[in-house]
Design a protein around this ligand. Structure first.
Ligand code: LLP
Length: 412
């Protein structure tokens, strides 16, 4: 059940009309439904049958602190990939013991912060990173919790830019021999503690088979480690579950959890997941105003700096006019004001639209605002959270002064 529905000819988010939101907050604006975020998070949290399982929300998909606070209150942990994301989740009171730190390029400072904050685990992506973590832990006289990120060499389909679990992708370690050697090394270290084994095979995954294969390979590897006397606290099987942008029909989070729990049946490790898109994507839309109509172009006030997914991945987001059935639909290219031909939000999309109409770009909650930029000196859009009949501003629209604030006219 979507929270974005037409009512008396107008598109609503929960009980608030998007037309009221655009009057109040202007366009472009990201609008999120609290109810949808809760439903999506519960689809993970409530479908675990083992109480110690953990859904670590992938902060990179939608990182507004109001939303992180909401997910924290619902029992989610967090998957982070930078000191910045660590700062965000700590600022809303997240329990460090529910934070997983992923990513191939953790800096010395980020590792120090993670160790000092007492996070659940660093998901280690290379031998060099492991040695660096050990050295930093030794200097701090602490023991760093680590999980090796295993690259199971599985092609989960989808766009080349977001597949991560194939040999040759930059993520994780694909050599089982190397993982075994590194695990023995960790066991013998005074400053490292192996807590888990992790894998994350990609994003926008539309079937369960890849997950099943990845779980089987991860379990096989965990068993090899157990034979060496290395016990693991958890198996982290990543995120990546897809969502329908158009006609796709991905499995539900409930299906995914039950499939993975089946694979893990009888094991003592906890199940950890890192869902992002499947919690945030359909909770958000981007609203934008039609400024001009020219040939078959709708020139709108949002652009690739606001939502880069169409330009970067040729992603197709459905778009609708927030006024229902107001005329005969036509095929349009929806483009922004940026001086690049890649600045499009949709191509050949069938809608009715007139100048000054407001359009809603759907399923924009994940990898939308977080990937926005100030290209062409365009202030970033505001973010609004709808809760029932209330709309709450959760990020102000940037001002031009905000954009210049960090810049310095150097002396001659
Ligand atoms: N865990 C790790 C280690 C990841 O790298 C990612 C996403 C996730 C979890 C969450 O994956 P999700 O459940 O959201 O699929 N910007 C791209 C997606 C990049 C995904 C990067 N990693 C897009 O707009 O499609």
């Amino acid at each position: 059940m979507s929270a974005f529905n037409f009512n008396s000819g107008s598109l609503f988010c929960e009980q608030v009309s998007l037309s009221d939101i655009s009057d109040q907050f202007d366009t472009p604006a990201y609008i999120y439904s609290k109810q949808t975020l809760e439903t999506n998070a519960n689809a993970y949290v409530k479908s675990f049958t083992k109480p110690d399982s953990l859904a670590c929300f992938a902060v990179k998909s939608l990182s507004n602190i109001s939303i992180l606070k909401l997910l924290n209150d619902m029992g989610c942990g967090f998957d982070i990939v930078s000191g910045g994301e660590l700062y965000r989740v700590l600022s809303i009171g997240a329990d460090p013991k529910k934070i997983i730190f992923s990513g191939v390029g953790k800096s010395k400072k980020e590792i120090e912060e993670g160790i000092l904050e007492g996070i659940l685990s660093f998901n280690v992506e290379s031998a060099s990173e492991l040695y660096r973590i050990e050295k930093i832990a030794e200097n701090l006289n602490k023991v760093a919790p680590v999980s090796i990120r295993f690259n199971p060499d599985i092609d989960s389909g989808g766009h080349d830019y977001i597949t991560t679990g194939r040999k040759g992708d930059k993520f994780g370690i694909s050599s089982i021999d190397q993982i075994i050697e590194l695990s023995k090394y960790i066991k013998s270290s005074n400053y490292l503690n192996i807590v888990g084994l992790a894998s994350h095979i990609g994003s926008q995954i539309l079937e369960l088979d890849s997950y099943r294969k990845s779980a089987k390979k991860t379990i096989e590897l965990a068993d090899s480690l157990i034979e060496l006397g290395i016990s693991l606290e958890f198996l982290d099987l990543g995120g990546g579950l897809g969502v329908p942008y158009n006609e796709e029909s991905p499995p539900s989070p409930e299906n995914l959890v039950s499939c993975l729990e089946k694979e893990l049946q009888g094991r003592k490790e906890r199940l950890v997941l890192e869902p992002g898109r499947s919690i945030s994507a359909n909770a958000g839309v981007l609203i934008t105003k039609v400024e001009y109509i020219k040939d078959d172009f709708l020139v709108v006030d949002a652009a690739m700096n606001d939502l880069i997914r169409p330009a970067l991945y040729k992603a197709e987001h459905d778009i609708c006019n927030i006024k229902e059935n107001t005329g005969v639909p036509k095929l349009w290219n929806v483009v922004g004001p940026i001086c690049e031909s890649s600045d499009f939000l949709a191509k050949n999309i069938s809608i009715y639209a007139d100048e000054d109409d407001i359009l809603a770009i759907k399923t924009a909650g994940a990898y939308g605002f977080v990937m926005s930029s100030n290209y062409n000196t365009r202030p970033r859009a505001c973010e609004v959270l709808v809760d029932g009949d209330k709309s709450i501003l959760i990020r102000k629209r940037e001002s031009l002064d905000d954009l210049l604030e960090m810049e310095i006219i150097g002396d001659d």
